[in-house]
Design a protein around this ligand. Structure first.
Ligand SMILES: [Zn+2]
Length: 81
């Protein structure tokens, strides 16, 4: 049996858009709805791609905002409270 030492896995949801140039997700905010409900509109949104080779800056004010997780959850319905 393997015991995971990863007690702090980042399972938070982030709001992000995909880079218009390379398609890399650009995360710009923490999604406080925890993956439920509609993503909040951010208003004026100018973002720069986080990819060093890209660095494409664009206005994403009208772009579709999606949710992203930095890491996929290990077990989807593993809620132990
Ligand atoms: Zn890019």
């Amino acid at each position: 049996m393997r015991i995971s030492q990863w007690s702090k896995v980042d399972t938070k949801w982030y709001l992000g858009v995909r880079c218009q140039k390379c398609g890399t997700p650009i995360l710009f905010a923490l999604d406080h709805s925890e993956g439920t409900g509609q993503p909040a509109r951010a208003g004026k949104l100018v973002l720069t791609c986080s990819l060093a080779e890209c660095r494409h800056q664009a206005d994403y004010s009208t772009a579709a905002v999606s949710r992203f997780q930095k890491q996929p959850p290990a077990a989807k319905e593993a809620k132990s409270e």
